[in-house]
Design a protein around this ligand. Structure first.
Ligand SMILES: Nc1ncnc2c1ncn2[C@@H]1O[C@H](COP(=O)(O)OP(=O)(O)OP(=O)(O)O)[C@@H](O)[C@H]1O
Length: 264
């Protein structure tokens, strides 16, 4: 298993009264699986991912078990947590501009991690990045490497961020609303590329989205999150047919009929 979250509870403790955010979350992702975590804004999706990576400090109190690539991230010290984050897993978030340094050329930004953290020679890093930029569907990859983030569109930049995420050969990708800000065509292309990576590299992916119908079109299994609690898990075959929780039914029915029709 690449990710095993078992009975994760989380409270933010800054301020006078602790805010209890996550209640008993259970999520597993195996190699080659595309697992959805779906809920409305504020339901706790990003908090679950950030907690799994142990990106919170003292402000969050965590209990439960989080195994990332076999390492217990709750018990591991900070050095071990950093090692797992650098080698086994990649996080892709909604805003690619936040993930890239605006005053550095794209090639320099992407190569830096490979050279500094993974000890690659710069020429080797450049070659790898060039091939990944091509793989994620960017035209003129050599030119892109010399450009700055402001010279590229949001969709192109998200492809750059995904190439960077794949460059360290992670086993697991945490995609947190990674396609939500993109137009439908780019979204479809990036999702097709994710699916290819999952099939060809045996990657596992936790796909976090507020869009239940999108998750329904691509995921093997979907956990529905409401106010920090998984209220229902939808499985194939059947998926939406078996949905019984009122919150899941509301999410199913709230999508425009056209979108439902297009994706069914
Ligand atoms: N650092 C923090 N301190 C206190 N509360 C927080 C913190 N981070 C998140 N929260 C609260 O936790 C709850 C869940 O937020 P979270 O960002 O995980 O939701 P989400 O489902 O990812 O929503 P969105 O799609 O809008 O990002 C919210 O009520 C939010 O205000």
């Amino acid at each position: 298993m690449l990710l095993e979250i078992e009975q994760l509870h989380l409270s933010f403790v800054a301020g006078d009264t602790p805010a209890h955010i996550l209640t008993g979350i259970d999520v597993d992702v195996a190699p080659g699986e595309l697992i959805g975590l779906v809920g409305e804004s504020g339901s706790g999706k990003s908090t679950t991912v950030r907690a799994a990576l142990r990106l919170y400090g003292d402000e969050a109190e965590i209990s439960g078990r989080i195994l990332l690539d076999g390492v217990d991230m709750v018990q591991a010290d900070a050095t071990e947590q950093r090692r797992v984050r650098a080698s086994s897993v990649a996080l892709v978030q909604q805003d690619p501009r936040a993930a890239l340094n605006p005053v550095r050329r794209i090639g320099d930004s992407l190569a830096e991690r490979l050279v500094k953290v993974h000890g690659m020679r710069r020429a080797e890093a450049d070659e790898r990045i060039l091939s990944l930029l091509t793989e994620v569907g960017l035209t003129h990859p050599e030119r892109r490497m010399r450009q700055y983030p402001h010279e590229l569109s949001g969709g192109m930049l998200q492809r750059v961020v995904i190439a960077g995420a794949l460059s360290t050969d992670p086993k697991l990708i945490l995609a947190d609303e990674a396609t939500s800000a993109l137009d439908v065509t780019t979204q479809a292309e990036i999702i097709a590329m994710f699916q290819r990576q999952i099939r060809e590299r045996g990657l596992g992916m936790l796909f976090i989205t507020h869009d239940l119908h999108l998750a329904g079109a691509i995921c093997d299994r979907i956990h529905v999150l409401q106010r920090g609690e998984i209220v229902e898990t939808l499985q194939r075959p059947g998926l939406f047919d078996a949905a019984s929780h009122p919150y899941t039914r509301t999410l199913i029915e709230s999508a425009p009929a056209l979108a439902r029709k297009g994706r069914s």
